[in-house]
Design a binder for this molecule. Structure first.
Ligand code: GAR
Length: 191
């Protein structure tokens, strides 16, 4: 009997460019499978990716999600081994963290611990980096704990902030780092 594949649930709220990269990276994998795309926003781009790829989706209900362990049983029954937050903007409830100890990871578009915390996502992060005149930014991939952007760092990559950068140009450079590194870091971690 072949080994059971490692099953990922990809949580995303937005466009889903990272989800698209991750799905593409593991398409031919004999070890890792993107089993489920979990989204909290109706109409989010990531749902179109899921449809195109034929991956099952779950659209989260806010009240149910924050009630605690409401989705835990469902994800356990689906056999999910790792939860990957790829642009997911809700805080993960403690019950979910307890059910997947050290098996939930997040990507953040800055060099944590700087520029993290509540409200620090997407464009807001890049605006703050530019306002403070930073010379570099980057990405952080980290374990998820009960505080925003706080768990143990697993990987960081850096890029320069160029003179004349706007939040958009900086976001593009940071996103390129995400697309290059995130799938590979996931593979190393879960294998
Ligand atoms: C990514 O840049 C990710 O780092 C960020 O959301 C973006 C999602 O883009 N996450 C956070 O800011 C979490 N605090 P995508 O939908 O194109 O993958």
């Amino acid at each position: 009997m072949p080994d059971k594949k490692i099953k990922l649930a990809l949580f995303a709220s937005g466009t889903g460019s990272n989800v698209a990269r991750i799905v593409d990276y593991f398409r031919q994998s004999s070890r890792v499978e993107c089993s489920l795309i979990v989204c909290n926003k109706q109409g989010a781009g990531v749902l179109q990716i899921a449809e195109k790829e034929g991956i099952d989706t779950v659209l989260l209900d806010k009240e149910t999600f924050f009630r605690g362990d409401a989705y835990t049983g469902f994800l356990q029954e689906a056999g999910i081994d790792w939860i990957i937050l790829a642009g997911f903007l809700w805080k993960i409830p403690p019950a979910l963290i307890r059910a997947w100890p050290e098996h939930i990871i997040n990507i953040h578009p800055a060099l944590l611990p700087a520029y993290g915390g509540k409200g620090m996502y997407g464009r807001h992060v890049h605006e703050a980096v530019l306002q403070n005149g930073e010379k570099e930014s980057g990405i952080t991939i980290h374990l998820v704990d009960e505080q925003y952007d706080h768990g143990r760092t697993l990987f960081q990559a850096r890029c320069p902030v160029e003179p004349g950068d706007t939040p958009e140009t900086l976001a593009k450079r940071v996103q390129a780092l995400e697309h290059t590194h995130f799938p590979r870091v996931i593979e190393e971690l879960v294998s």
